[in-house]
Ligand binder design. Structure first.
Ligand code: AMP
Length: 289
């Protein structure tokens, strides 16, 4: 695996691969890797020839009171995991390399960025869209891989790529979970043992919502209520939101039907965790996607 820190080196490596006729796969991350990230690398490995992973804790996507300074970092360990995962090229730029001067240009999707996580993180998706757009210009991948765990991020990136005609295919990879259902996340290291024991309630709440839909419930508010009640079983878990929305527009649904996203976010001590499930709902079938 080649490890590079500059935009020029990425461009040179990608140009060489392209001249060999190789297809470029790209996995953007903030590092502190776990099996969720590695499943994206495996998906890229299976579909493309040159697998590029970026590791960049992007300051633009953190709000002023968020965890930028204490976000977990371990480059050596990440390098080992990526070697083992058959990554070809690791791009680990400094903040100066990515942003030599304050960014004047921003990518904003005001509607998609304002809902769900955008309500408590109003500048987050602007930072995500801006850095992903910039990384796409640097790597120029054929296919880019994102985790379904960050469903709003996938919706934002897909829409950005369509709106700006960026020539990249977007793949969403299923969420990798701990055996008790907790979605793997770099931020799980913030949890105390007691909080870790409570954390699976997020996924249980989503499952409670799914069960209501499977039982025939089609009122979004009733599904949402099942989620809220499940979270209330663990008083230490402070709900940020539980919502049932359209999976593409992220807008509220009048009726649970079509491509549906059940999404949840909650605070456990210092950690803010998110999770979601996606369904295709029709009159006679409820299918997980
Ligand atoms: P992050 O390093 O948290 O920015 O995540 C980098 C990529 O990994 C994003 O596309 C995430 O959605 C994805 N990811 C994070 N956690 C998981 C997980 N548990 N399962 C699948 N993908 C994940």
């Amino acid at each position: 695996m080649q490890v590079v820190n500059t935009i020029a080196e990425v461009r040179a490596a990608v140009r060489a691969a392209r001249s060999r006729g190789q297809r470029i796969g790209f996995v953007p991350t903030m590092g502190y890797l776990h099996e969720g990230h590695l499943s994206l690398v495996a998906a890229a490995r299976a579909e493309t020839d040159l697998v590029v992973v970026s590791l960049f804790v992007n300051p633009l996507q953190f709000g002023p009171n968020e965890d930028l300074a204490r976000y977990p970092r371990d480059l050596e360990r990440d390098q080992r995991l990526l070697e083992a995962g058959n990554c070809d090229l690791l791009f680990a730029p400094s903040v100066d390399e990515m942003y030599p001067r304050p960014m004047e240009t921003e990518v904003n999707l005001p509607n998609l960025a304002a809902v769900l996580c955008g309500r408590s993180r109003p500048t987050h998706f602007r930072g995500v869209a801006t850095v992903v757009c910039k990384l796409f210009q640097i790597v120029q991948p054929d296919v880019a891989f994102f985790g379904q765990k960050d469903a709003q991020q996938v919706a934002v990136v897909r829409r950005m790529v369509e709106d700006l005609s960026i020539p990249v295919e977007i793949r969403a990879v299923p969420t990798v979970r701990e055996p008790d259902g907790l979605a793997k996340s770099s931020r799980n290291v913030y949890l105390t043992p007691a909080e870790r024991a409570d954390a699976p309630v997020l996924y249980r709440a989503l499952q409670a919502g799914v069960q209501r839909i499977e039982a025939g419930e089609r009122r979004p508010e009733a599904v949402r209520e099942a989620m809220v009640q499940t979270v209330a079983e663990r008083p230490s878990v402070r709900l940020d939101y539980a919502e049932v929305v359209d999976g593409t527009s992220l807008r509220p649904l009048a009726v649970v039907d079509g491509y549906v996203l059940l999404a949840i976010a909650a605070y456990l001590g210092r950690a803010r965790l998110i999770d979601n499930v996606q369904l295709h709902v029709s009159a006679d079938e409820v299918r997980r996607v």
